[in-house]
Design a binder for this molecule. Structure first.
Ligand code: PMP
Length: 517
């Protein structure tokens, strides 16, 4: 075997030595970079779910720096390629990924200075795209209809055309090796005293499955290896072989593949690494899991244990629970939990989680008198009338006389931000007086201008918008004036050039939580 097992220590991290591919163990203390925080994820006992005759545990891969098991592969892929010279300094890295691998690679590439391009099928959650782009990667979407195979083919095409380094997570031995060197050792260490009876995992690339199962089989032969799959996609458990081309690569979708809920799991083919685990004959049992059970298990982990995980984690835990029903008294069962739930806000996992207050929450709100939505004035602050100061009045008069479109605003207020976005989209030039900006803090000029505005408009709120010296109103009145086009007439009269054909509903510029419609 090409990996060399080592027993990691508490607070130690395992990295590849760029020269010799040897394992190095950095000791505790300040880490040299974010990369030294990959791995060493905790295994946590489950206390409030499942039958009492067994003990369930969860290995929480969300503790990796970018929140998933794939941080391990991302680090291993890059450092292995650096060590063997297939990745040159500054070379662009490319990979096909359902998200977590791309997010992990984006972290590693940012820390090490490699540009990253990711190909991803459009049906994976929007959060993932945004995360990768936030980390500096470029994300190329591929049609959902072409499934996992489509995004891989696109990555290969781009890598060949541009000479980019393709990380090949589905067949890269560095993927499984990293799990043998780190994940498997962490599991052995944690159960060395008490023993582990079952290890439960799904598979995406099969990196976790191959890398962990071969070490457990060799070093903890009594641990049963249980693989879980979506119940409508029994690809491995069907026993139906994957059709492959002359080079051993999957040539068509596996006949048992169907679309399923567990993002990151069970692609439409048997990856090489998963095939290796099959061929090594280390899988003791299969546990199919229904999508609805996966979602329920994820919610139960959150609400009964405080463990926040994604859909595949829920599915793996649901499989562990099924197994627990028939496992002998005293069994210890460990479920791999691949990632965090924050990545699934726009997926069925959060479908039933409301944005607005439920009847019960409204009842709690109504149980005290103030700060409520159901009575007006509940939140208003009764400020006494204040007299405007002459220098502030002069400031406001001057700016209204000189500038055709004026917005009195706050730098980071959402309503102001929405009006700014609308003005920008309609090409309306405006002068913004940011009352909270550093420039207006001398002698509290910003605060004094607010008093002038309040007396002038009768409105205590910000923003307040003026065209040709005439008051339009706050954000809502400005949106209304845009939608009924009365602001268009005012702008034209004032000689302001803008895009009068912009048709979008002005309210759509508000963030959804402020959207009144
Ligand atoms: N769950 C999620 C959410 C994933 O992103 C992945 C990786 N694609 C897995 C599980 C499976 O891990 P592996 O690739 O090691 O089989």
């Amino acid at each position: 075997m090409s990996y060399s097992p080592i027993h990691t220590q508490m607070n130690a991290v395992v990295r590849l030595d760029p020269a010799g591919q040897k394992d190095t163990v950095a000791m505790s203390g300040p880490r040299n970079s974010i990369l030294d925080t990959v791995g060493q994820t905790p295994i946590v006992r489950i206390n409030n779910i499942g039958p009492k005759h067994v003990t369930l545990y969860a290995k929480l891969e969300a503790f990796n720096p970018l929140g998933s098991v794939k941080d391990r592969f991302a680090l291993a892929a890059i450092e292995t390629a650096e060590a063997n010279g297939t990745l040159k300094p500054g070379q662009t890295v490319i990979e096909a990924t359902s998200g977590n691998t791309g997010i992990g690679l984006a972290m590693v590439c940012a820390a090490k200075g490699y540009p990253l391009v990711v190909t991803m099928a459009e049906n994976f959650s929007v959060e993932r795209r945004k995360l990768m782009r936030f980390l500096g990667a470029r994300v190329i979407l591929t049609p959902a209809a072409e499934k996992g195979s489509g995004m891989i083919a696109k990555a290969e095409e781009l890598a060949e055309k541009h000479g980019w380094f393709l990380a090949r997570q589905f067949e890269n031995e560095a993927n499984a090796d990293m799990h043998s060197r780190t994940t498997a050792q962490e599991i052995l260490n944690d159960f060395i005293e008490i023993g582990l009876d079952y290890w439960v995992s799904g598979f995406g690339t099969g990196g976790t499955l191959k890398g962990v199962s071969r070490v457990l089989r060799a070093e903890s032969p009594n641990t049963k290896i249980v693989v879980t799959e979506p119940d409508n996609v029994p690809i491995l458990s069907s026993g139906i072989a994957q059709e492959r081309d002359d080079e051993g690569r999957p040539s068509v979708s596996h006949p048992m593949f169907r679309p399923h809920l567990m993002q990151g799991w069970s692609p439409d083919f048997i990856p090489k690494l998963a095939q290796d685990a099959l061929d090594a004959d280390v899988i003791d049992a299969y546990q199919p899991i229904a999508g609805s059970d996966a979602l329920q298990a994820s919610r139960d982990l959150a609400q009964k244990e405080g463990i926040f995980c994604g859909i595949s984690g829920g599915a793996t835990f649901a499989a562990a629970l099924k197994l627990a029903e028939t496992a002998p008294e005293g069994s210890r069962i460990l479920a791999m939990i691949p990632d965090t739930g924050e990545r699934y806000m726009t997926t069925p996992l959060f479908e039933d989680i409301a944005e607005t207050m439920s009847d019960e929450e409204m009842e709690i709100s109504r149980s005290t008198p103030r700060y409520r939505f159901d009575i007006s004035g509940g939140t208003a602050i009764d400020a006494p009338e204040e007299e405007a100061k002459p220098h502030a009045t002069a400031f406001v008069e001057k700016v209204l006389a000189e500038q055709p479109v004026v917005m009195f605003a706050l730098e980071w207020c959402e309503f102001c931000w929405s009006v700014r976005k609308m003005f920008a989209e309609a090409g309306i030039p405006y002068h913004s007086v940011d009352l909270d900006s550093v420039a207006l803090q001398d002698n509290n000029l910003g605060g004094d201008i607010r008093v002038v505005l309040r007396n002038l408009t009768g409105a205590p709120t910000i923003p307040q918008i003026f065209v040709a010296g005439k008051h339009i109103g706050g954000a809502t009145e400005t949106f209304d004036a845009f939608n009924d086009r009365s602001i268009h007439d005012r702008l034209t009269e004032a000689g302001v050039a803008f895009d009068a054909d912009m048709q979008r509903d002005a309210y759509s510029f508000l963030p959804t939580w402020l959207h009144p419609r």
